[in-house]
Design a protein around this ligand. Structure first.
Ligand SMILES: Cc1cc2nc3c(=O)[nH]c(=O)nc-3n(C[C@H](O)[C@H](O)[C@H](O)COP(=O)(O)O)c2cc1C
Length: 151
């Protein structure tokens, strides 16, 4: 069983944090809000998850900053993100950056998260309303479970 730490940033509606906290109810993993990490030793973890909303087509910048300042990170990782409009490529840049640092990305999960950022959709309460929903959370649990039990 893999020992997992997840580093996250979830600023818009706490959509990503909600997914993580629900997953954590079933699957043991340590969650760290990226701003709370100060010289925390993560070298004992087998795998590290990076999680955030998508902000202007990218993962939150603080995660990339964290990686660039952290010399001793586990070599295996996964990415989880929530976004207003489902897009499989939002984590591409982040994934490339991890690969360049020698950190393998084993898998990527994403689901929709309520988004009130585009002004044009605010009169109707934003987009992806009600997400992450129960189905999203079940899928996220299955995703992480699959990772926890790999060799
Ligand atoms: C400044 C900003 C930029 C965003 N840019 C995108 C985007 O490019 N594509 C997208 O699908 N969603 C975008 N969103 C929506 C968020 O990714 C979505 O609501 C996500 O679930 C937020 O996660 P959080 O609540 O964990 O922060 C943006 C939201 C904000 C606040």
């Amino acid at each position: 069983m893999q020992k997992i730490a997840v580093i996250y940033k979830s600023i818009h509606h706490h959509n990503t944090e909600k997914v993580l906290k629900e997953v954590q109810k079933e699957i043991p993993m340590d969650l760290y809000e990226v701003s709370d990490l100060h010289d925390t030793d993560l070298s004992s973890y087998d795998m590290i998850g990076f999680a955030s909303g998508i902000y202007n087509s990218d993962m939150h910048k603080s995660l990339a900053d964290f990686v660039s300042l952290s010399p001793a990170l586990p070599r295996k990782s996964f990415i989880l993100y929530t976004c207003g409009t489902n897009n499989y490529y939002y984590a591409s840049k982040f994934r490339k950056m991890l690969s360049q640092r020698g950190i393998e990305v084993v898998d990527i999960f994403h689901c929709k998260g309520h988004d009130t950022y585009p002004k044009i959709f605010r009169p109707i309460g934003g987009i992806a309303k009600g997400h992450p929903n129960e189905k999203d959370i079940q899928k996220a649990k299955a995703f992480v479970k699959n990772l926890v039990y790999i060799d």
